[in-house]
Design a protein around this ligand. Sequence first.
Ligand code: FRU
Length: 497
Amino acid sequence: MTVSTTPVNLVEKANRYIEEHKEKVIQQYRNQYHVMAPVGWINDPNGFVYYKGEYHLFYQFYPYDSAWGPMHWGHVKSTDLVHWEDLPVALAPDQPYDRSGCFSGSAIVKDDALYLMYTGHVEEEGKTYQTQCIAVSTDGVHFEKLAQNPVITEKELGDNGSKHDFRDPKVMSHGGRYYSVIATKSTEDRGRILLFESENLVTWTFKSILLEGTKEQGIMWECPDLFHLDGHDVLIMSPIQWQTQDIAYTNISSTVAFIGKVDWDKGVFKVTSYQEIDSGMDFYAPQTCEDAAGRRLMIAWMQMWDRTLPTHDLGHHWAGSMTLPRELHVSDNRLIQEPVHEVYEHVTSDHYLEKVTVTTDESLHLEDVIKDQSYVKLVITVKDVKNLSIALAPKTSQPLLLTYDHSLQRFQFTREQVGHPLEGNEPGCYVSRQVAVAPTDDQLTIELFKDTSSIETFIGHQAVMTNTFYAIDQLTDFIISVEGTAVIETLQIGGIR
Ligand code: FRU
């Protein structure tokens, strides 16, 4: 007897699985105003693009488990960057050239069609092989992979990088041509970003090595992105094992912004300055898009590789979420981040204080003001303060702590004794992190965007710290205490709807 089998459509299979399993997801720690997958595992943001009046965001997605697996591309869209609508899975690993995963990539609009450029990942006998591929859609929902795939292979790569680590294409247009920046490494394990060019998005040629790292700058650079902003060129990327410098780059994988200038004739990036993008413990693989208003927006995976993930360990059927979209600028050769202004339209002001003095003997304790979704904005004069402590506290157990050491000019976020312990592969930095912050006119301006299991802390234009936590007791109270005397100029606490 012969049995005929129809090939399984892996996109449909994933969509069916999601429909059947999304109700089983345990809601306890799920964020509400951050992008999440309906069920399963999520990592890098992919294909962030403004298309036909809507923001589209794709993401590395394994629907079948709350752990990493053969990568699909999940898909959401939004008109306001705050409310996101789930769309069907865009890509599944269903071709010989991407059979072990559709890895990270980007999107571009051409002739009204939406093109995705991604990495076809193949694992064979313990080795990985990576090529670049294209999928196209005219309705922004259903994607077809090109018959010409893969469009960049070992042949175009030549000996300019490693075919085993050759991924995460970010496609863009410049001067009437298409370019793609792609991550690879040198034979000495140095991070390297390559530049490829094309007339039509289908036929690609190698242009140049755009930038290569030093030994200290990591063993592989992932997820590059290149854009022009405020008169500068900016190259962002996510290096693996960038060596720790004092309190910076303490995560196993970091995110870095290089600011400088591209020589497009030579295809070379000249670096003026560089910095770690986010000083928290859960921020990786950021990607940007330019919208119709010309804003440069960035979104990142709000997690870190090699960490314990309570929602996986506790069987909640999901893991990972995205950061808030942030608007970028360059000022004084530094990358500046602000939450997109749309978010503020959803912020309420339920408690408001002005000109309150706190001293060593008298702290400020507000009960039951912190919710699952909370916004806090504090402007505080710290001229006569030695140490400042801001606590988001449960009634009976240890708080989440944000502290400021004035003499060291260091801001610190600590989740050490809060909820489910989080561990990682780095020596000790996964419970607390510090960042250098100097007061401006003796004041600190601190904004907290808290969702159920995350806090993004913006400290003026100086630093952003993105962190997750999995509290067991509800964080309800807000406490400011000091060593010395501080004046709370303004304090706003509200919700985010
Ligand atoms: C970064 C990364 C990418 C890769 C993807 C796989 O987090 O390792 O380099 O394309 O994740 O999911």
